[in-house]
Design a protein around this ligand. Structure first.
Ligand code: MCA
Ligand code: AMP
Length: 517
């Protein structure tokens, strides 16, 4: 064997680049469908491999180096997924951003992450250029909702082959921002090993099998749609019915062609709202998976009654993907998130850090190969969030029942989860407090029939002319320029004062009792 061939094999074995793992599972026939689009167009696995090669070459040609960040605030298209895969291949770090983010939010992410390239939607180009300039981002390219744009044009001349850049398991693959209780977003750093470990476990635990077809209706700027859903499908060499967003009526048409569906609880509520959603619709389905927010027991029960399928609920976080899951073969217990996944250690502890007995609520701590590497450029925050023996403090409260099933009971962090998207009240409160005429505010989550929880604000006026002029509609309009739409309060209540406890802390539980949407 030639010395160069021996060397190439050795590098391949060492290469923990996630793309190398995914590609090793692509179907032998490159012609197998990877993404099937609403208009019937098909992206084969060979198309994905070729297109991601071209973009990977472009990233290198732009002068980006392994470890450099590639930020993308784009719609859900096959090209957007391919951009993620190209970033992995080129050894760079993918930073997906919700297209709903506004100036205030994008500005922070670009300054904090300092990407070498920002890929934006064509309609946001002017803003993207201005923010990129301020943040020192060297390149801005466009990718539109039709899959076209300067990113694709610039990549087209490059070749269809690209050897994935060797990465160690600890090298970063992605940074995903999650808001924080302080109001400042934190970039969760996920390595190639973190992502590969979770992908492998889920693929096996949920028993992905030949012939599986995933109906993909989630957004791809978050862990759920990008990593959990896509990695399982790609590792399985499966086809995805790749839809731009959840649309319950379309789901009714497509479910008979699918075997697996993943969604946040809102998706299940919307499916059940469709009178035509029946056992027959689900005749070929093997598995429905729910997560990102609590699935109401009523939804779980109604779904079973209507379709005969028992939704499998699982639990996780941006900071590590999935931690627990109901079993595939055993009893899937409604209102619980099942057992620790293989390789995960889950502890439930009291305030002193001692493990609590069964049926006792405590803080959920997790440890495993998939748990993230820390928060980007926040070593102190990272240290605070881990115990000395390496468990990550999730900020969720939970308990184990006598059979070992874990339930998420609440959160110790002040967080609202609306339609599966997280809103940290502090971030919204800071912006409301900065509005003229506002003395103080409290942002809370209130029950919502579609989103599970939705954001509401309660505020106190200043005793001045600006305070007197405040209106609910005016406050909502002012916030819309600053914040993504899902963070905008659905209602704003103006009150005389905020209830406080003896420590001076606002009693949000009282506000939640007295306000409703
Ligand atoms: C949109 N709106 C919302 C939300 N989304 N309001 C509250 N909460 C939301 N999540 C508002 C918009 O501001 C707009 O209001 C109106 O609803 C319609 O907007 P549109 O975009 O058309 O809404 P939609 O298409 O119906 O989307 C709602 C949705 C979507 C389907 C719930 O947000 C969604 O797909 N969520 C899933 C998010 C997700 O993937 N989470 C996973 C995170 P107006 O008209 O007043 O402007 S990963 C994670 O949590 C961990 C790891 C895990 O465990 O999975
Ligand atoms: P994110 O930061 O977007 O990754 O959201 C993670 C949070 O979503 C967790 O800390 C939980 O509070 C919540 N979560 C995820 N899955 C579930 C679930 N099945 N039940 C209850 N809460 C969940």
């Amino acid at each position: 064997m030639l010395a160069s061939t021996v060397m190439a094999c050795a590098i391949d074995q060492m290469n923990e680049n996630l793309y190398a793992l995914l590609a090793s599972r692509f179907p032998g026939s490159g012609q197998a469908p990877c993404m099937i689009l609403p208009d019937g167009r098909v992206w084969t696995y060979a198309d994905v491999d070729r297109a991601s090669s071209r973009i990977a070459h472009l990233l290198v040609a732009l002068g980006l180096l392994p470890g450099d960040r590639v930020a993308a605030q784009v719609g859900k298209t096959p090209e957007a997924l391919v951009l993620y895969l190209a970033t992995l291949r080129a050894g760079m770090v993918f930073l997906p951003l919700n297209p709903a983010y506004q100036r205030h939010e994008i500005e922070y992410f670009l300054k904090d992450a300092e990407p070498g390239l920002f890929v934006c939607c064509p309609q946001n180009r002017t803003l993207a250029d201005a923010l990129a300039r301020q943040a020192g981002v060297r390149h801005v390219l466009e990718l539109g909702g039709d899959g076209r744009g300067s990113l694709i044009d610039a990549a087209t001349p490059f070749t269809d082959e690209f050897a994935s850049v060797p990465r160690s398991g600890n090298d970063l693959a992605a940074i995903l921002y999650t808001s924080g209780t302080t109001g400042r977003s934190k970039g969760a750093m996920l390595s190639h090993r973190n992502l590969a470990a979770n992908a492998r476990v889920l693929h096996a635990y949920w028993q992905f099998q030949p012939g599986d077809v995933l109906l993909h209706m989630l957004p791809i700027f978050h862990v759920h749609g990008l990593f959990i859903a896509c990695h399982c499908a790609l590792l399985n060499g499966s086809a995805m019915l790749f839809e731009p967003k959840i649309d319950a009526q379309r789901a009714l048409l497509l479910l008979p062609q699918a075997t697996v569906f993943m969604g946040v609880p809102t998706y299940y509520v919307r499916l059940l709202n469709e009178p035509g959603f029946t056992r027959e619709t689900c005749r070929n389905m093997r598995l429905f998976i729910s997560g990102s927010a609590p699935l109401l027991k009523e939804t779980f029960d109604e779904f079973k009654q209507r379709t005969g399928h028992t939704i499998l609920e699982r639990y996780g976080m941006t900071e590590g993907g999935m931690f627990t899951s109901n079993p595939y073969d055993g009893e899937r217990r409604g209102g619980t998130v099942g057992f620790p996944l293989p390789g995960m250690q889950v502890r439930i502890v009291d305030d002193a850090g001692e493990t609590v007995p069964a049926e006792t609520v405590g803080h959920i701590l997790v440890k495993g190969e998939n748990v993230f590497r820390g928060y980007w450029r926040m070593p102190e925050k990272t240290q605070e969030e881990f115990t000395v023996d390496g468990y990550f403090k999730t900020g969720d409260m939970g308990k184990r029942d006598a059979d070992g099933y874990i339930s998420v009971i609440g959160r110790s962090k002040d967080l609202v989860i609306s339609g599966g998207l997280n809103v940290y009240p502090k971030e919204v409160e800071e912006l409301i407090d900065a509005l003229p005429g506002v003395a103080e505010s409290a942002v809370i989550g209130l029950p919502h029939p579609d989103f599970g929880e939705a954001v509401a604000a309660v505020l106190v006026r200043r005793q001045d002319a600006a305070g007197a002029a405040l209106t609910e509609a005016g406050i909502i309009a002012a916030l819309k320029n600053e914040l993504a739409n899902f963070k905008i309060p659905k209602r704003v209540f103006i009150v005389a004062d905020l209830p406080r406890n003896t420590m001076g802390k606002v009693q949000k539980n009282l506000l939640r009792e007295f306000c409703s949407l």
